[in-house]
Design a binder for this molecule. Structure first.
Ligand SMILES: CC1=C(CCC(=O)O)c2cc3nc(cc4[nH]c(cc5[nH]c(cc1n2)c(C)c5CCC(=O)O)c(CCC(=O)O)c4C)C(CCC(=O)O)=C3C
Ligand SMILES: [Fe+2]
Length: 396
């Protein structure tokens, strides 16, 4: 099924871009509803293994790794808090939309656990809502954080028989919108103030911005292929740009100093050891810091929206333990969660897309943004898995 775009060219129904892949929509768009697309997590011991199988289908994650990850969940009664976080985010978005006079329903569906995207899409269609604007709970560009959501949208439409009936567009990657960055900046500010009042000098402090490691092959292909952003691709470049922006902002206001050092580190690596993933690992770096004269470290979960398992286990448990072993004072700073600035920015993103706000007027705090509304051909491709159909982008 095809339809006319604002450029007058004909493209497959699931896309809204011009044939040349205009990165930002230039004509106001109408949507019936918002689709909150989450990762999903288990909510009981009996969910853990089926959930992990869902996450890793077709991925070649070694069994030992799955068993190890299962113990993280089991430690918390088999319950990840991520679904509860998304329930709260859904509610907060509804309230913020209503405050702005918008009555769009917000459907919530997950990639990997109940409620599934398929159910959300079915519910929406049953209520006559066929034009959905999706917000995926993932801020940066990479296969796992962008394209995979789009593939799962396409799969949900196909499996429900709603292909060509329901249309899903996706809100741009939001790593550099003010309300996503602010909660992290506040956390770094608090950590720096606490370290200062404990008597640590700037040279003794290290800020570690932590994000999910991904295979280097995925990192190289993150973002549009025509952008050359160096090692680690758009994924690493976006994180570094946000980290730099936070530190600049805090240096300007006197909370940080030009001597305050920071770096980007990675966590939660999986996959076979033979496969290269982004490094350095957060725990490996922490172990090296005392030799560099560091005495206090703030671990900032820059890659994540809420305190889910990757934060509670891999940072609060493993990274903070590594810091204790290294004799370092350490804190883990907050995630955005349902911080009002974050909720407000998400609704700004909804509104800018509906109104087709010109790129120069869109909120963004790094030179990389505002990111594309519509993924270009080849954006965030996965060379390991090969081509799979995806909604909400320019058709290849
Ligand atoms: C970039 C990225 C984000 C951030 C963006 C985003 O938020 O989307 C993220 C988030 C998350 N990752 C999560 C959980 C898992 N990720 C896994 C595996 C993987 N993640 C990857 C990447 C990412 N993951 C990759 C390249 C793999 C290898 C397998 C593959 O190629 O797909 C596995 C399998 C076991 C393991 O190997 O660890 C699990 C259980 C949870 C839920 C936590 C909870 O339940 O509270 C969340 C929010
Ligand atoms: Fe993408």
């Amino acid at each position: 099924m095809t339809e006319k775009t604002h450029e007058g060219s004909t493209v497959p129904h699931a896309t809204e871009a011009s044939a040349d892949g205009a990165p930002h929509v230039s004509r106001p768009q109408e949507y019936d509803a918002i689709l909150l697309a989450g990762f999903g997590g288990p909510e009981g011991q009996e969910d853990v293994i089926p959930f992990l199988r869902n996450v890793t289908r077709g991925r070649g994650i070694p069994d030992e790794r799955l068993e190890e990850v299962a113990t993280h969940y089991r430690h918390f009664g088999g319950v990840s808090p991520i679904n509860e976080h998304n329930r709260q985010l859904r509610q907060a978005l509804v309230e913020e939309l209503r405050r702005r006079g918008m009555d769009h329903p917000v459907y919530w569906g997950n990639r990997n656990w109940d409620p599934y995207l398929e159910d959300a899409v079915k519910d929406a269609a049953a209520n006559g809502h066929t034009r959905l604007l999706a917000f995926a709970t993932s801020a940066y560009s990479s296969y796992s954080s962008c394209r995979q959501y789009r593939e799962d949208f396409a799969r949900a439409l196909k499996e429900t028989g709603l292909e060509g009936v329901v249309r899903i567009d996706k809100i741009r990657q939001f790593f550099d919108v003010p309300g996503f960055v602010q909660p992290f900046a506040e956390g770094v500010a608090t950590a720096l103030q606490d370290f200062a009042s404990d008597g640590y000098a700037p040279e003794q402090i290290r800020i570690l911005f932590a994000t999910h490691s991904i295979p280097t092959a995925d990192a190289e292909r993150s973002g549009p292929q025509e952008l050359e952003l160096g090692e680690g691709g758009a994924y690493a470049a976006q994180h570094k740009a946000v980290g730099a922006q936070i530190m600049d902002q805090l240096t300007e206001t006197g909370t940080a100093t030009p001597q305050t050092q920071w770096e980007l580190v990675y966590q939660s690596r999986s996959g076979p050891p033979s496969q290269p993933w982004l490094e350095p690992d957060v725990c490996d770096r922490i172990a090296e810091l005392p030799a560099e004269g560091v005495k206090a470290v703030a671990v900032v979960p820059l890659g994540f929206l809420s305190d889910h398992m990757e934060v509670l286990w891999d940072l609060d448990n493993e990274a903070l333990e590594a810091a204790a072993d290294a004799g370092l004072k350490a804190v883990r700073t907050p995630t955005p969660g349902v911080h009002q600035a974050f909720v407000s920015s998400v609704v700004d993103l909804v509104q800018e897309r509906m109104a087709a706000v010109p790129p120069q007027d869109r909120p963004h705090v790094t030179q990389l943004g505002p990111w594309f509304d519509v993924c270009r051909p080849g954006c965030c491709e996965n060379v390991r898995l090969g081509f799979r159909p995806a909604a909400a982008g320019v058709a290849p």
